[in-house]
Design a protein around this ligand. Sequence first.
Ligand code: AMP
Length: 111
Amino acid sequence: MNCIFCGIADGSVKSQLVYEDEQVVAFKDLNPQAPTHLLIIPRKHIARLSEADEKDAALLGHILLVARKLAQDLNLKDFRLITNNGRGAGQSVDHLHFHLMAGRRFLWPAG
Ligand code: AMP
């Protein structure tokens, strides 16, 4: 399988890493849509949230706590955490990732 985010997770593809542990990696988005725009991914290849299952419960919870820690470390009071699930929702990379974005006003409902 040729997955760019698996490459980032195993270090074979360069990225601007901001956080890593045994389960998760976080790095700067190549094409930022906000002053702070990070991607948080599991090292495990899961194509999208709809492909996760009960076995991934602890991993998914850990990702949310990493998002919380990064927001805290970066002093982000307001932030948005998004996952796009499927092409129709805007997913372009088939490896589960959460966008952590902050530093500008966000519209709601999102367009
Ligand atoms: P999505 O459209 O939700 O699948 O988000 C994929 C995101 O990955 C986009 O915001 C891209 O800018 C970002 N991206 C793609 N390749 C890389 C890369 N090599 N390093 C960092 N970010 C990337």
